[in-house]
Design a protein around this ligand. Structure first.
Ligand SMILES: [Zn+2]
Length: 371
């Protein structure tokens, strides 16, 4: 018997021996819009574009029937314009770039006015929405040095202005829960936090609690009924779909994307399918996989459409990055797919219906002669 008592956890990479069916889903049941992705420069290590060759990205999108990708990396000012020129203007209908706001300006006495001016400038330049990053609630401070939470009155006024300008708001608050839990043997995201220690916010003397932040997120949504929201990563609470569902019930302006949360949804696929069935007009397709690739799009189609069980959500990773488990697919009913893949996003983003022949085929009801 080999000695395994001293085997460190990081070297334990068990290979499941279960044999299960693999359903290939090469193209989605309807053309899709990926509402959560990153194509810009601010997230890249070297300051270069995350996509070096836009034409080859478009060939991949065509092969996977990805009609359009939302680029959340527009930032503001000239950086926004450069994103717009490279993507939206060069390839009409294929990309929608969102702007961001520099929430650190809230530390200045005239911060709110400058944020509103920035938003108006971004709308004029052609931004298609506003992305709010989770620095709001964790980093941005007011002139007195206090953290600014998402339901701060100044934030509410800025976000209402986004609604008046016709900009939907995709917002990431707090999420995931494990980043706010003690960093110890019980933490389900220990592998991920070991690799990215900056992502841990679990010291209550420094950061608000997860619940405080999520409640502020919900309060912001309720305070801005004229603004369309997309709660990132399944409403920033993929671990608790009952609470997400309750916010959708309370706020008809609240939508969610599924970006980056196959791991969470795939450990409760039946609860997820129920969420979609109960809110067929509110759940939006997104991946948050960057650089976007064919394998991951097809894995998402398989996750949504097949009934495959127990497969890897991050194929090729020796240790699953978001938790040591496998996922099972959601087997969503075919009639729910066109809205999830495209229709809901098109409505929220202001895209005309049926821009492509394939979409027209999907959405045109069959004419049956009266008998
Ligand atoms: Zn993202």
């Amino acid at each position: 018997m080999p000695d395994i008592d001293g085997l460190p956890l990081r070297e334990w990479t068990p290979r499941p021996q279960v044999r299960t069916a693999v359903t290939a889903v090469d193209t989605p049941a309807a053309p899709c819009i990926d509402v959560h992705n990153h194509l810009g420069r601010w997230l890249s290590d070297d300051g270069d574009w995350l996509i070096a060759d836009v034409d080859s990205l478009i060939r991949m999108m065509d092969a996977c029937q990805v009609e359009a990708i939302v680029n959340l990396d527009g930032m503001w000012g000239d950086e926004l314009s450069e994103n717009l020129v490279r993507y939206d203007v060069a390839h009409p209908g294929r990309f929608l770039t969102f702007c961001q706001l520099d929430w650190m300006l809230l530390a200045e006495p005239d911060g709110e006015a400058r944020l509103i001016a920035s938003l108006e400038d971004s709308a004029r330049r052609g931004a298609r929405g506003l992305k709010i990053w989770k620095s709001l609630g964790l980093q941005a401070r007011d002139p007195a040095g206090e953290l600014v939470l998402p339901d701060d009155p100044a934030v509410v006024r800025v976000v209402r202005r986004a609604g008046e300008l016709g900009l939907p708001v995709l917002i990431h608050s707090a999420d995931p829960i494990a980043f706010f839990e003690p960093l110890d043997a019980d933490n389900e995201r220990l592998d991920e936090l070991r690799g990215s220690p900056d992502w841990w916010f679990g010291d209550p003397s420094v950061h608000p609690t997860f619940d405080r932040l999520w409640e502020a997120h919900a309060a912001l949504v309720l305070a801005c009924p004229g603004t369309a929201f997309i709660g990132a990563h399944v409403g920033n609470l993929a671990e608790d779909l009952d609470r997400v569902s309750a916010l959708m019930d309370a706020a008809s302006n609240y939508h969610v994307d599924i970006g980056g949360r196959m791991a969470e949804l795939g450990r409760q696929p039946r609860r997820f399918a129920r969420l979609v069935a109960e809110h067929p007009d509110r759940v939006l397709f997104g991946t948050d996989i960057y650089p976007a690739d064919e394998e991951q799009y097809r894995l998402h189609f398989r996750f949504l459409e097949s009934d495959d069980e127990s497969f890897e959500y991050a194929p090729g990773s020796p240790i699953p990055p978001q938790g040591r488990w496998a996922v099972s697919a959601a087997a969503l009913p075919a009639e729910l797919l066109p809205a999830l893949y495209r229709g809901n996003a098109a409505r929220v983003l202001g895209i005309a219906p049926a821009e492509t022949p394939a979409e027209a085929l999907v959405e045109t009801p069959a004419e049956t002669p009266a008998s």
